[in-house]
Every structure is written in structure tokens, then in C-alpha cells.
Design a protein around this ligand. Structure first.
Ligand SMILES: [Zn+2]
Length: 619
């Protein structure tokens, strides 16, 4: 009897503990790493050495036997994967190609290549085995990291800054000495999907959240800007000092000490000819502008400053309050790229283009540097959402007053569909056949994901969705389902179909007015679904007296309805359309000869690939 009870108890305990493990696995968790780095840069040879101490907390439910680091600068070497890709992709990035179309990486000499190597590495004081595989360092740990445990990884590293090829590097086309992004040994992220040691082939990043403490020592003539809060402004000066302070420096070099709380990347740039303007915002961060001291740049870069204030206010109001104390707009890099608390942009542009690129990169502070999606897997969530909110911002701060600020994104998407080169947005950012297909899937189709969601759930609900998404997922790694669930909670509409068809397939939307005919003293309209992707339908009806009204046909699987998007017009809510039926009969309560025009989706926010068949006019 006692044995039987023991056995039963054992079974019960077993049952309970496996249940606990199962629960643990489904709860959200994320890794944490605190970086302390001390780096010496030689501005003559562009070589640098550094020490790095990582305190890594394993918040996962799993024991870890390995860790991976990214060594991005190794991409800038002849015969790297980045070079191979550049030589083989049909539409290579022009910035990375010579005039004859060959790869610029192939031609780099040993003193021009980039590299980043670990020279020593210990875990809690014990040497560990590490092996470099291109841009990834594979580390077999000395002892496993248990769930919930911390470990300290200490590394000595050496690097060489490549000639500017892409994003980072030395001596950019505009003459910026050092654009230092993707420059340090960066711990790869481990999340609910496992490790993400993506080789650096072309684009997109994913990192571990944590606090950075970085000391940079270099020639004292150089002005430095980037991620983080400068800890010793009165020692380094260069425009950071308390106004009125006389800064005295000794020796040939200066050590800049930055701290950046809760970020997942750290960028810096330096040049001996930077102008540095400081613009403190009321109830906001302090803005820093660093740009080359060339006469032709001065006006645009001064005029950029109030626009930067306006953009910061726009995003803080419409998405969520910017949580850091500083933001820096820095001339550098090769176009525009977002970093924590900062951006590198090229500066020799027309004013409109300068504001446009600043707005786009700053918007990434929200959609990547606060809401940190895994860009490699879901580039549409950072590039697309950024494009969406920057279109709205530009429309306001540049007084563009466009009726449809997203028109360019729709045009791009239609061109992609027409080209036959579309791949689903679930494609890894490096795995598109063409850069063109990646660009449109990520930026344009990603932006349309949101503007079209506004059509499905209503514009107010869309903006409410973005704000709730920000509040619920800031400083985390949201995934596609998170934006969908947020929109569902805000709108009360089921959206599984929307996320699935739009992001995981290349299904297209095409609804048509097939036939319009009299039906007694009413009018019968036969609508047709030609494309595979389902959508709810708004129809504008214009009668002989010029009166306009709308009919709304909810999609049955939405299990809900949006509010009237045109409050000034009468709206009739017709019966639901169940997707599998290719046609739908709508009865309009007006005699046939009184109906003079019909139009599906007058807002043009539904990405219908054939708009010709959306309109009907009486003869
Ligand atoms: Zn972007």
C-alpha cells in the first residue's frame, strides 16, 4: 500500500514538474548583456585594440554550452561571403561596386581590408576555445551557463577599419574619417527561436539588450559622436563641455567615456573637421549635430535642426515618448543607417533629401532601437513601419499635404508584383534573389502592411495599435504576431488572415465590380474576388443628384466591423462576405437609372493590384 502511494505521488510530482517546464518555455524572456570596453584607435593606420568585459545573464530556460559573437569587419575582405554575394547577385548595391560593376571588396589591399579578431578569451577567468568562421566567432564555453545564471566573458581584440564599403569604414565618399558601426565583437542573440549567428552578408541586425560602458582613446583633434551619454564632457570639450568651461588637455590623445543604458548596439563616428551643434529640447532629449566643416553644408545642416526637433516631437507624440536623454545626427556612412540614440547619414544632399533621411533614420529609434525586432527575419517590421511613420511625419513637418502620403509605397509594391520577382516577407533579408525584391518587400510592402491595416480596422484604431504596441513591447523583441495581437485587442477584429496572407505568401488582392443591373426598382451589383487574398470592401455609391454614400461589406472571418471611415457620408453595413465565395451580390436601394457611379475602396489604401476593375460608371 505504501509503495502504491509512493508511486502515485511520484506520478503526480512528475506531472506537475513537466507542467512547470512547459509553462516556463512559453513565457517571454530575453537575454541581457552588459558591455565594458576600452579601445585605443590609431588614426594613422586605422588599427585598433581593445578589451571587452561582458556580464551575460542567461534568462532563458535552457543551459547554454556555446556562445557566438559577430565579427562584422571580417566581411570586408576579398573572398568573404559579402564579397561572394556581391559578385553573384544581379543587382548589386552600386556603393559597393566599381564603375565596371566588379566588387570593391575584391580589390581591397591588406592595409585597406577590415578585420576583427579575438586574441584572448576567458569565461570567469578560465580560457575558452574559440574558432573564427568568417564573421562569426564560435565559442565553446569552459562551463555551461545554467538557466538564470550570469557569466563573465573577457576578451582582448584587435581590429582594422576597412576602407568605407558599406555602412561603416574609414574615409567615406564625403571625407568622414571614421564611421564606426558594427565595429566591436558583438554577442549574438539567443531567444525563443534559439541562436541567431547570422553571417554578415548584406544587411539587417539583431542584438542582445544591455548597458554599455565604452572608453575610446584617439587623437585629440578628432570630435566624437554616437551612442550614449558622455561621462567626461569637461575633460574632452569639443562642444560637449558645460558652456563657459575652459577645457585643458594634455598629451596627444583624449579618452572619451560613454555610457548607454538599455541599448542593443553601440556606434561612434569621429572626424577632425566636425562642426558640433548642440540643441537641447524642452521636455525631450538633447540633440547633437556633427557635420563636416564645409561652407556648402552649413545652411542645410542648420536648417535641419528645427526639423529634427519637430520629428522627435512627432514620433514621441504619435508612437511613444523617446526614452533616452540624447540623440545624435552625424554625417558619415554611405546613405542612412540607424543606431542606438544616433544615426549616420550622408550630408551632401538637397534639403528635402537631408530631412527625409534624418526622419527615416530617427523613426528607426522606435522601430528597431526601442522595439527591437529581429530584422533579418522580419525586416518589414522595422523598415516598413519606419517608412510608414516617416511618410506621416514628412507630410506634417515638411507641409507636403499629400492626400495619400503612402502612395509611393503602393506604387513600389505594384511594380514588384508586376515584375514577378516577389518573395514572401518571411524570407530572410539575405535570401532574396534581388536587392530590388528585398527593398520593396521590406520598405514598401512593410509600410503598406500598416496603412492597409488602417483600411481594415480604421485609422484611429491603427494609431492606437501602434501606441499600445510601443507600450507593451518597448525594450523587447516583438515578433509579427505581437503587432497582429495588439491590433486585434484594440479593434476587436480577428486578423490572423491578414498577417498570414500579407506577410507569409505572395497572394494578391484583386476585387472587381463584375456586373451592375436593375433588380425591380433597386440595383444589383455583382462583385468578384479575383485575387486569393481576402479583404473587407468599402464601396462608394454616387447617385444622379451627386449624393455620395458608402456600403461596407465586412469580411466574415474578421468577426467584427470597423467604424465608419467617412463620418460625413451615410454608410450601409451589408451582410458579411465569406471568403471562399468568388462572387457577392449587393442590392443597392436605388433604381438602376439613379446610380451613376460605383467605386471599390475610394481611399485607395487597399492594395488592389488591378484598380481598373474597381470602378463602374453609368453610360
Ligand atoms: Zn531604414
Amino acid at each position: 500500500m505504501i509503495n502504491l502511494i509512493k508511486k502515485l505521488t511520484f506520478l503526480v510530482v512528475c506531472g506537475v514538474s513537466s507542467l512547470l517546464i512547459a509553462q516556463n518555455n512559453t513565457e517571454y524572456w530575453q537575454q541581457h548583456v552588459d558591455y565594458t570596453m576600452d579601445v585605443q584607435m590609431d588614426v594613422e593606420t586605422y588599427q585598433y585594440t581593445g578589451t571587452q568585459k561582458l556580464v551575460y545573464t542567461n534568462n532563458s530556460p535552457d543551459q547554454l554550452n556555446r556562445v557566438y559573437y559577430h565579427l562584422y569587419f571580417n566581411a570586408f575582405q576579398p573572398d568573404s561571403e559579402m564579397d561572394a554575394r556581391l559578385r553573384t547577385i544581379k543587382d548589386g548595391d552600386k556603393r559597393m561596386l566599381n564603375d565596371d560593376g566588379t566588387s570593391r571588396i575584391t580589390n581591397l589591399s591588406p592595409s585597406e581590408i577590415g578585420y576583427l579578431h579575438a586574441t584572448t578569451l576567458t569565461q570567469d577567468g578560465v580560457n575558452v576555445t574559440f574558432n573564427e568562421e568568417g564573421t562569426i566567432l564560435v565559442v565553446d564555453l569552459a562551463k555551461p551557463i545554467a538557466p538564470g545564471a550570469k557569466t563573465t566573458l573577457e576578451m582582448e581584440f584587435k581590429g582594422q577599419v576597412p576602407l568605407q564599403i558599406r555602412r561603416s569604414g574609414r574615409n567615406s565618399a564625403e571625407g568622414v574619417a571614421l564611421s564606426m558601426s558594427q565595429w566591436y565583437p558583438k554577442l549574438s542573440e539567443y531567444d525563443f527561436e534559439g541562436w541567431h549567428p547570422n553571417p554578415y552578408i548584406a544587411r539587417e541586425f539583431h542584438g542582445v539588450w544591455g548597458d554599455f560602458d565604452v572608453k575610446l582613446t584617439l587623437d585629440k583633434k578628432y570630435t566624437v559622436g554616437g551612442t550614449g551619454y558622455l561621462q567626461n564632457p569637461d575633460e574632452v570639450g569639443h562642444g560637449y563641455e558645460t558652456p563657459g568651461t575652459k577645457v585643458k588637455t594634455k598629451g596627444k590623445t583624449l579618452t572619451w567615456h560613454f555610457k548607454a543604458p538599455m541599448v542593443h548596439d553601440f556606434m561612434w563616428a569621429a572626424d577632425p573637421e566636425y562642426v558640433h551643434d548642440v540643441v537641447p529640447m524642452e521636455n525631450g532629449p538633447t540633440l547633437h549635430f556633427l557635420y563636416k566643416n564645409k561652407p556648402e553644408l552649413q545652411k542645410n545642416w542648420k536648417d535641419l535642426q528645427p526639423k529634427t526637433v519637430a520629428a522627435m516631437e512627432f514620433f514621441s507624440k504619435n508612437v511613444g515618448k523617446y526614452p533616452y536623454e540624447q540623440y545624435s545626427v552625424i554625417q558619415g556612412g554611405d546613405g542612412g543607417m540607424e543606431y542606438a540614440m544616433s544615426t549616420l547619414i550622408t550630408g551632401e544632399r538637397s534639403f528635402g533629401s537631408l530631412v527625409g533621411v534624418m526622419v527615416h533614420e530617427m523613426a528607426h529609434s522606435w522601430f528597431q532601437h526601442i522595439l527591437a525586432t529581429n530584422e533579418s527575419k522580419h525586416s518589414w517590421m522595422d523598415e516598413g513601419f519606419t517608412s510608414f511613420i516617416s511618410s506621416l511625419c514628412m507630410n506634417q513637418i515638411m507641409e507636403q499635404n499629400k492626400e495619400n502620403p503612402f502612395e509611393g509605397s503602393y506604387k513600389g509594391y505594384y511594380a514588384l508584383v508586376k515584375s514577378g520577382k516577389e518573395q514572401p516577407q518571411t524570407t530572410h533579408a539575405d535570401r532574396y534573389h534581388l536587392n530590388f525584391a528585398y527593398g520593396i518587400a521590406a520598405y514598401s510592402k512593410g509600410s503598406v502592411f500598416l496603412s492597409q491595416l488602417g483600411y481594415v480596422i480604421g485609422q484611429d484604431k491603427l494609431m492606437e495599435t501602434l501606441q499600445k504596441y510601443f507600450e507593451d513591447f518597448k525594450f523587447k523583441h516583438p515578433v509579427p504576431n505581437d503587432i497582429k495581437r495588439t491590433a486585434e485587442k484594440v479593434s476587436g477584429i480577428e486578423l490572423d488572415w491578414y498577417l498570414t496572407d500579407w506577410t507569409q505568401t505572395t497572394n494578391t488582392i484583386d476585387y472587381a465590380i463584375k456586373e451592375v443591373k436593375p433588380e425591380g426598382n433597386k440595383t444589383k451589383v455583382i462583385l468578384e474576388r479575383i485575387g486569393l487574398m481576402p479583404m473587407p470592401i468599402d464601396i462608394l455609391v454616387v447617385d444622379a443628384e451627386g449624393k455620395q454614400e458608402t456600403v461596407y461589406i465586412p469580411l466574415q472571418m474578421m468577426r467584427g466591423e470597423k467604424d465608419n471611415p467617412y463620418p460625413n457620408l451615410d454608410r450601409t453595413v451589408a451582410k458579411d462576405w465569406a471568403w471562399a465565395f468568388p462572387t457577392y451580390e449587393l442590392i443597392i436601394d436605388k433604381p438602376y437609372d439613379q446610380v451613376i457611379g460605383l467605386s471599390i475602396d475610394p481611399s485607395q489604401l487597399m492594395a488592389d493590384i488591378d484598380r481598373e476593375n474597381n470602378v463602374w460608371q453609368a453610360n
